[in-house]
Design a protein around this ligand. Structure first.
Ligand code: OAD
Ligand code: ZN
Length: 244
């Protein structure tokens, strides 16, 4: 039996599958990944665009970058791979999805239990912590950076910046599901380079849970015992892999 067939049977017989995704999940929907040839960070410094210090030093520039990402998200629809996950959710009755993505595509597709480890691009809030929060809307991009209508300080996208803590309760629940609940973990489209998120599949492996990894490129996970690596792309492979 080859790896693909083994993974297909493993997922089909699983009672409690967990999915863990990264930017590669969205790439065939037209969203750019961070790293790699055409990555979002290719020509710019990640520290400038995605860190607390970078944001503090130049919130206008970071907001302009987010403006481009918001626009890139417009009109983007979830690809076939997302629909395959929704079908799996229906068959199993529950499908927790732990994601590093901030684009909200899993939810758009109809996945109902999504743990966003790195926050979300869909909302913004006040940097001062005055409590003001709102959905992202186009108006915010008019004169970057947008200011808080309550206290006048700068608004920020609700994504986790480097140098910040991840949302604690979300992280805790995601690790609990990986280590104590799931009977198989399906990892899709992550370079496995950013921690603590990358710890999710390792947590499952440590608990003796098998991991299926879908990524055209190998990662630190691919050759590990307990991991079935399928070199392939999400939209292409998921529909067949998850077929009943
Ligand atoms: P990366 O851009 O680091 O990695 C994307 C991965 O997806 C790579 O391993 C690609 O080989 C793979 N890939 C590309 N196309 C694919 C496809 N069609 N199907 C399947 N896999 C594909 O993205 P992440 O691992 O998500 O955090 O990066 C993690 C974090 O780095 C992001 O959440 C972001 C960034 O810092 C924050 O912004 C806090
Ligand atoms: Zn405020």
């Amino acid at each position: 039996m080859n790896g693909y067939e083994e993974a297909r049977i493993l997922l089909e017989s699983s009672k409690r599958p967990l999915v863990f995704t990264g930017a590669g999940m969205s790439s065939e929907s037209g969203m750019t990944t961070f790293r790699g040839r055409d990555g979002l960070w290719n020509n710019r410094s990640a520290t400038e665009l995605s860190s607390v210090d970078g944001f503090m030093a130049n919130p206008g520039m970071v907001w302009e970058w987010y403006g481009q990402r918001f626009h890139a998200r417009e009109g983007v629809v979830p690809h076939r791979g997302y629909h395959a996950l929704v079908e799996l959710q229906e068959r199993k009755g529950r499908l927790p999805v732990v994601t590093q993505n901030v684009d909200g595509l899993h939810q758009t597709a109809g996945l109902t239990e999504v743990y966003e480890l790195h926050g979300s691009m869909r909302t913004v809030s006040c940097l001062s912590g005055c409590g003001y929060a709102t959905d992202f809307h186009e108006e915010l991009l008019r004169k970057p950076p947008p200011l808080c209508p309550v206290c006048g300080s700068v608004l920020r996208p609700d994504v986790v910046l480097f140098g910040e803590q991840l949302p604690e309760t979300v992280v805790k629940e995601a690790f609990r599901l990986a280590g104590d609940w799931a009977d198989v973990v399906l990892v899709v489209g992550t370079s496995m380079l950013v921690w603590p998120a990358a710890g999710i599949p390792w947590e499952a492996l440590q608990a003796g849970v098998e991991v299926v990894e879908l990524n055209p490129e190998p990662t630190s996970l691919s050759k590990s015992p307990g991991v079935i690596w399928i070199p392939g792309r999400a939209a292409e492979v998921l529909p067949g892999l998850l077929e009943a």
